[in-house]
Design a protein around this ligand. Structure first.
Ligand SMILES: Cc1cc2nc3c(=O)[nH]c(=O)nc-3n(C[C@H](O)[C@H](O)[C@H](O)COP(=O)(O)O)c2cc1C
Length: 112
């Protein structure tokens, strides 16, 4: 995290993406969230923008997004977009890529 703290402080917008594991974010994403705690105490993420992406095979993607949204809210960030993808037993397809493109365009417009 020592290498990430300066980058997080510099960033205008954070995009957090996760596969859905047990109707939640992965352990790695949760560790990342928890280890931003020093930045909570200094208010370093306050006012920055956030976007979230969760991909699931069947279900639980909304709860994964909710965990990321809660992180943005608790860090006093502004969420500017999110996408929840249920891919079933297929790889992510054209419709999902279109959603991702739209989110990408939103993000680009926010940081321009
Ligand atoms: C440990 C584990 C837990 C998972 N839990 C869920 C789940 O709760 N709901 C779901 O729909 N898919 C679940 N999946 C499937 C993944 O969310 C899905 O395959 C996702 O696309 C994985 O992303 P990846 O391609 O980066 O592995 C789980 C997969 C693993 C390995």
């Amino acid at each position: 995290m020592q290498k990430l703290y300066p980058k997080l402080k510099e960033a205008k917008l954070l995009v957090i993406g996760t596969p859905t594991y047990y109707w939640n974010v992965t352990g790695l994403v949760k560790d990342f969230i928890d280890r931003t705690n020093p930045l909570y105490h200094t208010g370093s993420l306050k006012g920055k923008m956030g976007a979230a992406v969760a991909v699931a095979e069947e279900d639980g993607q909304e709860l994964a997004l909710s965990a990321i949204s809660s992180f943005f809210e608790l860090q006093n960030m502004k969420q500017v977009g999110s996408i929840a993808i249920v891919r079933g037993d297929k790889p992510v397809g054209a419709a999902e890529l279109k959603m991702a493109k739209t989110l990408g365009e939103t993000i680009a417009s926010k940081i321009a």
